[in-house]
Design a protein around this ligand. Structure first.
Ligand code: AGP
Length: 609
């Protein structure tokens, strides 16, 4: 997820672009850049690092001109660096582009253009866009852009300027947000409303396959075929701060709601149905490498550790290779049985967690193969692991991890499938069945979010309790751990997760009249057992909230409330089961007046031991 801006008018563009990018840094902040047209030349200033680093680099010497575009980056293809920062240009440097999204077929396009003599300077997918436009350019920028867009597969919000036509910005949108800000004798483009709110509250919200030709005194809205598009002007009611959260009151609830898109982006281009294979470009494990692997460790902290527990279940079931899951701070000091026949999977959203990084180094020292699953391109973990499987969730700002968890699960499912297909431990039919169900998850996650009001009511009903229990068996227990962590870390309710079958060995002593127990019951093979554990706590007068698949009427007889989720393979249920638990934790914390995005004593990334 990146942020793009553009300005055309009579004022100095540079300052307007920089201010707009500041309002979009929540969308990405590993590198930034601006391009400004003046006197038949486009000046580009860009750098690795935050926007403040770009401003320091400029030292007040802003490029002059009243037409410009800008970008703040969250890298997906090409590590954060000065050269990989946007904007990007064609060979002549006459055409300049900023992009938010993922161009899935960028390698094919790049090879095709290189064969025609185009010289590329960066590792990014984005750089293919200005070169494509250059390829089709014959005096009409809009026509060249339309032809270029027809070649591109993937998601994009584009801002395009050219020194040959300095009276316009061309904007185009497919699967990545893009708005046009309507000024008086000046106009704007941006990834999101906060970037223009200081100048105008009137915007056009572009939809997929729509473009805008933005001049300082005219805005033309068309579709990719060039046909005019009618659109209402949207009057913004939010203030600037609320707007950075997309109108949500907290980053956490915004990120919970971003999960469908984060899941879709993370799986984009990686599920190859035709050949029934998983395309993990950065994972180079050959079938021979994989057959050498005798043992797998998954090592992480906190939420990432909980994702690892799901990963253990998934990878063992698919590959029949024993998997151990370890908390990084324990693993690094317990002399783990790791050697060159071991694969170590390191999971870290930030890629900077000290214990997890230490575990990676310890594993490397012992000769293990290392795969990292991380959300931050260029993070320490991504640089030190031999192979990286990125989650493309976009920046996660809230301390409580949500979309990182669900996209880590998606990454683990894809990795497990990749290993199993190469080891031939599952049939192509079964692999295809899982892949087809994986593809449905973003839509089913969207459906889970529609339950938010039901969950909110329950959270408010039980928010005053100082204790809460989460129970489940198998994969349901793995998700119960994550639900308990979410609730305790933002609402400060002492929440505990327990294997449902373990309650009678002690914890049942804590089950008192009315205490909330969230029971997960999605694992078909363990359903009856889970139901009997639910009856155990009900017999002690607990208030039981079940999370179950739609159509399960049996469970309503044994619990106080049911939160339904759409049916999926029980094996994939954790991606959906976690959503009501995230919502429950969020609303309970709001009900208790807690600082949801910045809970006490915690930090987003624990970079010290
Ligand atoms: C999760 O909600 C917490 N914020 C915390 O447990 C976090 O998951 C843990 O610190 C690991 O962070 P990482 O994924 O960035 O390594």
């Amino acid at each position: 997820m990146c942020g793009i801006v553009g300005y055309i008018g009579d004022k100095p563009a540079a300052l307007i672009l920089l201010e707009g990018l500041k309002r979009l840094e929540y969308r990405g902040y590993d590198s930034a850049g601006i391009a400004v047209y003046n006197n038949n030349m486009i000046k580009i200033e860009k750098t690795k690092g935050k926007l403040a680093d770009l401003e320091n680099k400029l030292e007040g010497r802003y490029p002059e001109g009243s037409l410009g575009i800008g970008h703040t980056r969250w890298a997906t293809h090409g590590k954060p660096s000065d050269i990989n920062a946007h904007p990007h240009t064609d060979c002549t440097h006459d055409i300049v582009v900023v992009h938010n999204g993922i161009i899935e077929n960028y390698q094919q396009i790049k090879e095709w253009l290189q064969k025609q003599g185009h010289k590329f300077e960066t590792e990014t997918d984005t750089e293919t866009v200005p070169h494509l436009i250059e390829h089709f350019y014959n005096g009409d920028l809009l026509e060249a852009v339309k032809k270029a867009l027809k070649k591109i597969e993937g998601s994009f919000a584009l801002g395009i300027i050219s020194k040959n036509e300095p009276d316009k910005i061309i904007a185009a949108r497919k699967d990545s947000p893009l708005i046009v800000g309507i000024g008086d004798g000046e106009n704007y483009i941006a990834s999101d409303i906060p970037a223009v709110l200081e100048y105008t509250k009137k915007v056009y919200i572009l939809e997929d396959d729509q473009m805008a030709v933005v001049k300082k005194d005219e805005i033309k809205l068309i579709n990719f075929d060039g046909e005019e598009v009618d659109k209402e002007i949207f009057e913004v009611k939010w203030d600037a701060v609320a707007a950075e959260k997309g109108g949500y009151p907290h980053f956490m609830i915004k990120e919970i709601n971003e999960q469908p898109k984060a899941l879709k982006d993370t799986m984009t281009g990686r599920l190859n149905f035709d050949d029934v294979e998983i395309k993990l470009d950065d994972i180079k494990l050959t079938p021979e490498d994989i057959s050498d692997i005798q043992k797998i460790f998954i090592v992480a902290c906190g939420t990432a550790y909980h994702a690892g527990i799901v990963g253990k279940n998934v990878i063992e079931k698919l590959t029949k290779v024993p998997v151990e899951v370890d908390i990084a701070s324990e693993y690094r000091y317990r002399d783990p049985m790791v050697d060159d026949k071991t694969l170590v999977i390191i999971i870290s959203q930030s890629g900077e967690t000290a214990d997890t990084l230490a575990a990676l180094r310890e594993s490397k020292k012992r000769g293990a193969r290392i795969i990292a699953i991380t959300n931050v391109v260029g993070s320490s973990v991504s640089r030190e692991a031999e192979e990286v499987l990125y989650t493309w969730a976009g920046p996660e700002i809230a301390v409580a991890s949500t979309k990182a968890y669900s996209t880590q699960l998606a990454a683990l499912y894809m990795l497990g499938l990749d290993l199993a297909i190469k080891k031939q431990t599952i049939s192509k039919e079964y692999a295809l069945e899982i892949m087809q169900e994986l593809k449905q998850l973003p839509e089913k996650a969207e459906h889970c979010l529609k339950n938010a009001d039901t969950v909110k009511e329950l959270a408010y009903k039980y928010a005053e309790w100082e204790d809460a229990f989460f129970i489940g068996r198998g994969l349901d227990y793995a998700v119960a751990l994550e639900g308990a962590l979410k609730l305790k870390e933002i609402s400060y309710i002492h929440a505990e997760a327990y294997p449902a079958g373990e309650l009678k060995h002690g914890t049942l002593a804590l089950i008192v009249d009315g205490v909330p127990v969230i029971a997960l019951a999605t694992q078909k093979s363990l359903y009856e057992k889970t139901l009997s554990n639910i009856k155990e706590v009900k017999a002690r007068e607990a208030s039981v909230i079940a999370v179950a698949f739609e159509g399960d009427n049996e469970i309503t007889k044994s619990v106080d409330h049911v939160i339904y989720i759409p049916k999926t393979l029980p094996f994939l249920a954790p991606v959906l089961t976690v959503i009501p638990l995230q919502l429950f934790a969020y609303h309970a914390a709001v009900a208790r007046g807690c600082d949801v995005d910045k809970p006490r004593n915690l930090a987003k990334s624990v970079t010290v031991e």
